[in-house]
Ligand binder design. Structure first.
Ligand SMILES: Nc1ncnc2c1ncn2[C@@H]1O[C@H](COP(=O)(O)OP(=O)(O)OP(=O)(O)O)[C@@H](O)[C@H]1O
Length: 898
């Protein structure tokens, strides 16, 4: 056993110690005897036989929502499934830590039931790299031709696709990726003929989109090390967004726009589509959405990834009289959308990474009416300067909420800042009548909550199938994912695919896998948020120009990636929800060609993810403490500007920053408006006086007088809290910052600010903190449960495909397109509150004893039940970081048992 630095006895435990060396993985189940075949595992050395599993119903319509008394196999069977890594013994359940046992924690005895919290990516130490498999390439299965009725026969996204197009010239790519100069769209030539760059293209040559002349052939034998450029440049056409457009004739465009304005008939709209985009017809759902928007009807649009949602606001933006504001969750996405605007639509964006001058310039252009489409983040709606532009005579015709599911706490990707996007706010601030909400992935519950927030009538929902039919879906249960991944990628059809994205959960995994692929002569790079922006941008550029074959990425990669010819997406881990799965596989086959999506899953990852699902959970006790701090200025604090330093508050309340923001947003936008949030800012200021003496300056300047009054002096420097000083003289924190800037320009002072904080004005102090914290905790816990259920639904769908599907409805061999499609559609169309089974629910017999020993060994510290559970599951949190707590023997103890 590893010796712990903890010598407090915490290494003693009732649970048998972990094996220092994990048992060898079972033989691969993915492929056998050179056949690319995924088998439902009937048994393994560590698995429970599945032969007694109830037979799945053959009724194709049977769904989790099906009220039939016979439970759907999809949701009942996983209880009987045992993965190779799952010991045949009771599973300790995080949600069911014995309350009685924990109730003796004196300071937290108020808690009736331990609810658990699991924090952050614990980044467990990476397991040793599995050795690369032998180079023997499994053969394609015989007789496994595509025969599904649901299945489209298309030209697949293969290397050396069998329909070569004439070779064409390539333009050298010298793009700067996504990190590009902003606000360059000022040229105004009348002819847009074959422009190399659209006016909205921010890069010097921009990210290119590549139309295939001929599918690029990899050198035989797979010799494609990174130095061995796989990017033979002939056979490709690289085009910028502007170039992709056909020849523009401004007069033609103007004529088409004006006809559509006069009479937005289908004929005129198709004509406009043709002259601007060169497309002959609208895709499913587009014309319907455009008609609604032009008629001023707020609309909810649900189309699959890559189906062309952007066109549904771009085209109206040309026709409508006022500007179109597009709210987007990511800067990268905004930049990408801006680049893809047709050259005749002038676009602009406002984001936090711009300088003050760039922001002013954009706002000026907006007021002048030169910008037709403005991209903003939801946080922008906290900015008074931005909102003031709309209070002038600026006319806004349309607000587009992209990735609208982020509004709903019941979505897979809830963003507190999106909750600000209410119809009432948008109408009041932007004076806009029409809202277009767009998403590719939303359940019925999510759709209802988005539509209700944006006041979109039920009749204005345009919803098409949330899956494209050119994606071939397959799943396999994996006992050794690295080994299986290598075998997969060296087998048909993946070995023929030029561009592949592999999605992982943890950053270390992406680095590990890309190294392993490179060792196996497969050119690959990793992509995650821990990599510097410049390098990420370079990786994206290399991938888009086919200079690397594989990107191994976390969820950070993909949004805004419009590479048309990604031929395969492989999930190295279970996605956290079917929404995430659909989004990520949606990166494949955007050119409409047959593309392959494979999911490798295992029980261990499921249990790990399930633990992580609880990482944002909070206790009522902590919420109460948090509220007390937020309103610490007492009953008479109405109208006061307050701040909460993020880092220290996060540690103090053991709450993630996102959770604190969620709570604050709820306090602002809930039934009672308790506060009004301002943009986040650094609030601790350290100031030095230079020319005039502070006392003399204070006589002339009330800001200086207030600073002297409210600051502490440390080694000749004045340290103060910006909102406190601002409050004392009745100005806003922003005004105070501006005045400090002025003094700095006059060379009177220099200063530094630190401590990013949430800033807010108190509108009303809650009367009853206890009931408010109970209400907020209950709400947060419902959100948490919803996330867990999404993971269960994802796992069940994958487990069903791999283990239960009887291949009666078109699935065959390793291919599960029909059954996965059916489960995904059932999930999206059903109600979220249907019962979803899970594999958890049992408890470790050693749990109580373990907890007792842990508490005895750490008697110097105070724990909430949630903190104990987190430590035992190896989940770090602000107050219990892994740097300190991973040293204890109990770290990840329960995680291992799962
Ligand atoms: N009517 C059409 N005919 C042909 N191609 C189209 C049509 N409409 C859009 N496209 C093309 O489809 C591609 C995908 O469009 P877009 O990026 O708008 O998809 P999306 O629905 O926003 O996808 P995602 O949700 O993944 O961002 C673009 O290259 C676009 O030019």
């Amino acid at each position: 056993m590893e010796s712990d630095s903890d010598s407090d006895g915490s290494h003693i435990s009732a649970t048998p110690p972990r094996d220092p060396i994990p048992p060898p993985p079972p033989p691969p189940t993915l492929l056998s005897s050179n056949k690319f075949r995924f088998r439902a595992r009937a048994s393994s050395s560590r698995s429970t036989p599945t032969s007694k599993s109830p037979k799945p119903s053959s009724d194709p319509k049977l769904s989790p929502q099906d009220p039939s008394p016979t439970p759907s196999p999809l949701y009942s069977l996983p209880f009987q499934i045992r993965g190779p890594s799952l010991p045949n013994r009771p599973i300790p359940t995080l949600e069911t830590l014995p309350a009685r046992h924990l109730s003796h924690f004196a300071s937290f005895s108020k808690l009736r039931r331990p609810s658990l919290n699991f924090q952050d990516d614990p980044s467990p130490p990476p397991p040793p790299l599995p050795k690369a498999e032998s180079d023997s390439v499994p053969q394609e299965p015989k007789g496994e031709s595509v025969n599904s009725a649901n299945f489209v026969k298309r030209r697949p996204n293969l290397i050396g696709g069998n329909a070569p197009l004439p070779p064409v010239k390539i333009r050298k790519c010298g793009g700067e990726g996504n990190f590009v100069k902003l606000n360059m769209n000022r040229s105004s030539k009348r002819k847009f003929v074959n422009r190399g760059r659209g006016r909205n293209s921010y890069a010097s040559s921009g990210r290119k989109s590549y139309r295939r002349g001929r599918r690029r052939l990899r050198p035989e034998g797979g010799n494609e090390g990174e130095n061995n450029s796989v990017c033979e440049e002939d056979g490709l056409v690289a085009e910028s967004a502007g170039q992709r457009q056909k020849k523009y004739d401004c007069d033609l465009v103007e004529a088409a726009v004006s006809s559509a304005r006069n009479e937005p008939s289908d004929e005129n709209l198709v004509r406009l589509l043709k002259v601007v985009y060169g497309y002959n017809s609208f895709r499913d759902g587009q014309l319907e959405a455009i008609r609604m928007v032009l008629a001023g009807e707020s609309t909810m649009l649900v189309l699959p990834t890559g189906a062309g949602k952007s066109l549904c606001y771009q085209l109206p933006a040309m026709v409508l009289p006022g500007i179109t504001v597009v709210v987007s969750p990511l800067v990268a996405l905004m930049i990408d959308q801006l680049r893809h605007l047709p050259p005749m639509i002038r676009g602009g964006l406002l984001c936090s990474s711009q300088t003050a001058d760039e922001v002013s310039e954009t706002l000026r252009q907006l007021q002048e009416g030169t910008i037709r489409v403005l991209f903003v983040s939801p946080e922008r709606f906290l900015n008074a300067e931005f909102l003031s532009v709309f209070s002038t005579n600026l006319s806004t015709s349309l607000v587009v909420v992209d990735e609208a599911h982020c509004i709903s706490e019941w979505s897979h990707n809830f963003r507190p800042s999106y909750t600000r996007l209410r119809a009432s706010m948008l109408r009041a601030r932007l004076n806009v009548g029409c809202i277009l909400a767009m998403t590719a992935t939303a359940t019925t519950t999510t759709l209802h909550s988005v539509m209700s927030a944006l006041a979109i009538p039920q009749t204005n929902l345009i919803q098409k199938a949330q899956l494209r039919d050119n994606l071939q879906l397959s799943v396999s249960l994996s006992g050794n994912r690295m080994k299986d991944l290598l075998m997969l990628i060296k087998s048909s059809p993946f070995k023929e695919v030029q561009s592949i994205i592999i999605y992982c959960k943890f950053q270390y995994e992406t680095d590990q896998i890309s190294r392993c692929l490179c060792d196996n002569n497969i050119s690959a790079k990793s992509y995650h948020s821990g990599i510097p922006a410049k390098d990420r941008s370079r990786t994206q550029e290399l991938f888009c120009s086919n200079k690397i074959r594989v990107v191994v990425a976390t969820v950070a990669f993909g949004m805004g990636l419009d590479k048309q010819d990604v031929g395969a997406v492989i999930h190295y881990r279970l996605p956290e929800s079917l929404e995430e799965y659909v989004q990520e596989i949606g990166r494949a086959g955007r050119d409409g060609r047959l593309s392959h999506c494979h999911l490798l899953f295992d029980d261990d990852t499921y249990f790990k993810l399930r633990s992580l699902m609880h990482s944002e959970g909070v206790d009522e006790f902590a919420v109460n403490k948090f509220l007390t701090e937020v309103f610490s200025n007492g009953k008479n604090s109405q109208g006061k500007v307050c701040s909460l330093v993020k880092e220290s508050a996060s540690r103090k309340f053991d709450m993630k920053e996102e959770v604190m923001l969620t709570l604050l947003t709820h306090l602002e936008l809930g039934e009672v408006q308790y506060l009004c949030l301002h943009p986040q800012m650094n609030v601790t200021c350290t100031l030095n006086f230079h020319n005039t003496s502070p006392v003399l300056l204070a006589e002339k300047d009330r800001v200086v007088a207030a600073i002297l009054k409210k600051s502490e002096t440390k080694q000749g420097q004045y340290v103060f809290d910006i909102p406190t000083v601002a409050n004392s003289i009745g100005i806003t924190a922003i005004d105070l910052s501006n005045q400090l800037q002025n003094l700095k320009f006059k060379r009177e002072i220099t200063y530094e600010v630190k401590d990013p904080a949430y800033c807010y004005t108190i509108m009303e102090v809650p009367g009853d903190f206890f009931s408010l914290s109970a209400h907020l905790t209950k709400w947060l816990s419902e959100v948490e449960i919803c996330k867990v259920r999404k993971l269960d639904a994802m796992f069940n769908a994958a487990a069903f495909a791999a283990n239960v599907c009887e291949k009666m409805h078109g699935c065959y061999g390793c291919q599960h397109t029909p059954c996965l499609q059916r489960n995904i559609l059932d999930y999206f169309n059903g109600e979220d509150n249907s019962d979803i089974s899970n594999k958890m629910g049992q408890s470790s017999p050693f749990l109580r004893a373990d907890i007792k020993v842990f508490l005895q060994g750490n008697s110097h510290a105070k724990f909430t039940p949630r903190a104990v559970a987190r430590i035992m599951h190896g989940i770090a949190s602000p107050a219990y970081p892994s740097t300190s707590w991973s040293k204890t023997h109990f770290w990840m103890k329960l995680s291992w048992l799962c």
